[in-house]
Design a protein around this ligand. Sequence first.
Ligand code: SF4
Ligand code: ZN
Length: 420
Amino acid sequence: IKIKITNIDIPVAFASAFEGEIIRRGDMQVEFDGSRVDCCELVQTKDASEVEDHKIELIGPDIDEFEVGSKHSIAYVVEVAGKSMQPDFEPVFERKFHSYLNCIEGVMHTGQRDMIRIRVSKEAFNAGFRAKHFGEVLYAQVKNEFEAVVDKCQVKIYTNPEDCTKIRHEIAIPVFDKRDERLSTMTDESVPVYYSCIMCQAFSPSHVCVVTPERLGLCGAVSWLDAKATNELDPNGPCQVITKEKVIDERIGEYEDVNEAVRKLSQGALDDVSLYSIMEKPMTSCGCFECICGIEPFSNGVCIANREYAGMTPLGMTFSELASMTGGGVQTPGFMGHGKHFIASKKFMKAEGGVARIVWMPKELKEQVAEKLNETAKELYGIDNFTDMIGDETIAEDPETLVAFLTEKGHPALGMDPMM
Ligand code: SF4
Ligand code: ZN
């Protein structure tokens, strides 16, 4: 017999009304920030004998041992067991954590995987909110929402920086990499359907992601396989099957069936979207994109900034400034939020000529995507070590210096058709 947990044992309220709540720096008791220190969230499928239902463990100091306003590491691992549980469902549960933790009054959560940020307000702290309460919420919600496949669930919360570093690098990242690897052999042409995702409509009411094998959701957390698993778990849930039989324009990746789905799912706010263009009917952006790419007119290319990058871009804007003009579920031709893995995709800006348009990205991001991006550029254009031609903040933070560098390197974007 499965029992719905209606009362979550936490000292503050839990309701979807709190999902959009913003906690400002001055109002926060503590912050866990995966862009600065090691953090991660992870679901692991275990044998029933390894899981003690409703066991919540805090390993490391609690919130009251942290200085007011300080930044810390956190890693929480939700271990589940169940006869019908499949490892394919793990990323689907993980993606829901964003919404679960945001429903807590006085808690704000952004991001996913090892790039999460959580703020706990002073008010919630004063009401008695502590680290174990994250576990209570995750436990209750996972059991409630996934009762069909989860029989037992326990949560381990780590707050020691050494533990978090170890879990992030030795357990979580290899798991994330393995998931991404599975997708790398699939193409948009090789699958019969795509999937929609509307999980972000709580924040961006008209936002719809169209998820394909070669284009994951812009949050970076929902791949085509994840969307498929989400649909299997809950056929009436946030991910719906989208057929792709009525091609309108192959070049930009526009389909009548995709448009119909987007129209319906955005309640009429969006008319049409393309899958492969940032200039023509680009997909909308909510707020949780891993990266933003924006048109750089002097070089005929695009600059990409990732969330972790706090510096300036040659567009004259930082990531947050770009984010404020790109988000909100509206189409902004020339600017688009996207997942990190989309950068090396053969479908990245395919309509505008593909990855050859990339002229700048932060050094760290460039290093992260180099191997795959170089492979793609070699395959599409026969260029070796393409990333050596791409600028970064150590080379240029303004368009003039950037163009001089690109000219010296013979970057292909300089010879391509103007984008505007
Ligand atoms: Fe879904 Fe897109 Fe939101 Fe990711 S960004 S959760 S894919 S709607
Ligand atoms: Zn989002």
